[in-house]
Ligand binder design. Structure first.
Ligand code: PLP
Length: 341
């Protein structure tokens, strides 16, 4: 039934018995038999389609006729639960609402109900540290592109084990390369939609090139964003600059870091924090290039397009900003939503 390729298992059904119709009990039995190593990280899933939470990874499925599946017609968010507190939940829900407006998608629940569902899903997962992914979809309703054939939008929330980024990536830094994947138009870049093919191809590009991340480049040669992360630079004059949020997603991590770093401008430690057009040449010359994203928080870039950045070693600002952010995650009540009511 399963074919091993490295440590990955490719599930290929035994065709020896031919192809025949299956009854519901047989399907359930077969679904439950499909056990893959990566299932270990899937702890709980809420589905509005089921109207409840499941904890068996085999049952964490979405109907094929949900337009989320066959047209990418949906939106998503990913956020962390740290020691029993959802970090930045309100910002993620703000962005979810902005993305929904961009797709003209009505969310299936009010914000308070979504929050209750998220909390219940994490509690059902039985952990206090987790990565939560929330999907709002156009819903099942046929197989065309027509969103009006879907009677009701759906919500799926999946709570996964949190995989922390290895310490070596913070200590030794990461590598970055310019992407050849065309940058998204502003309208699509500003939404966290499930139409993420350019992002997928950027990740593939990075994997194939043996670098950690690739960064999109716009038609004028200015930096955009990574596959699922923002990028910024520290300039020689002590500014923290990030690409303008018109062709890139407004990341919750970089936004929070910019707010926290504004305090350092007041203290005179940083000259400025802001958005700017950042050319590749400017980034090559920058003392630091920094990546920002929910899963790893902040990572220092030590090579960009095979050029060493900051002498090929992580710079002090990446560490300083990471400390600021981690302190915020540990103690800023306004940013923390407890999973217990
Ligand atoms: C395209 C893109 N840019 C940037 C980010 C970083 O956003 P956040 O800091 O909210 O994780 C993401 C997050 O997944 C993303 O998908």
């Amino acid at each position: 039934m399963g074919k091993a390729k490295g440590d990955e298992v490719l599930w290929v059904r035994d065709m020896d018995h031919g192809i025949r119709k299956l009854g519901p009990d047989e399907v359930l039995e077969r679904l439950k038999a499909l056990k893959a190593p990566y299932h270990e990280g899937y702890l709980a899933m809420y589905s509005s389609w089921y109207g409840g939470i499941v904890t068996d990874p085999a049952l964490m499925v979405v109907p094929l006729d949900d337009h989320l599946v066959h047209r990418g017609d949906g939106i998503f968010e990913a956020f962390k639960c740290i020691h029993g507190n959802l970090y930045g939940l309100e910002r993620h829900l703000d962005r979810l609402e902005r993305s929904a407006a961009g797709l003209h998608l009505s969310l299936p629940f009010e914000r308070a109900a979504i929050t209750r569902i998220v909390k219940a899903t994490v509690r059902a997962a039985g952990v206090r540290d987790a990565m939560v992914r929330l999907f709002a979809s156009r819903g099942p309703g046929g197989f065309s592109t027509n969103p009006y054939e879907c009677p009701a939008p759906q919500l799926y929330v999946v709570c996964c084990r949190f995989l922390s980024t290895p310490a070596a990536r913070y200590e030794r830094g990461v590598t970055l390369k310019s992407s050849h994947v065309p940058i998204k138009i502003a309208y699509l870049a500003s939404m966290k939609s499930c139409n993420y093919l350019p992002n997928v191809l950027m990740k593939k590009e990075a994997e194939d090139a043996g670098v950690d991340f690739t960064v999109s480049i716009d038609e004028d040669g200015f930096l955009g964003e990574g596959s699922t992360e923002n990028v910024g630079i520290i300039t020689r004059t002590g500014e923290l600059l990030v690409p303008r949020f018109d062709r890139v997603l407004r990341g919750t991590t970089v936004t929070r870091v910019m707010e926290l770093a504004a305090g350092l401008v007041e203290k005179g430690e940083l000259a400025r924090v802001g958005e700017a057009d950042i050319s590749r040449g400017q980034a090559y010359e920058a003392p630091e290039i920094i990546m920002f994203g929910t899963s790893f928080d902040i990572l220092p870039v030590v090579r960009f397009d095979d050029r060493p950045i900051g002498g090929g070693k992580p710079g002090p600002w990446a560490t300083r900003l990471l400390e600021l952010l981690r302190t915020d995650m540990a103690g800023c009540e306004a940013m923390l939503t407890p999973i217990e009511d």
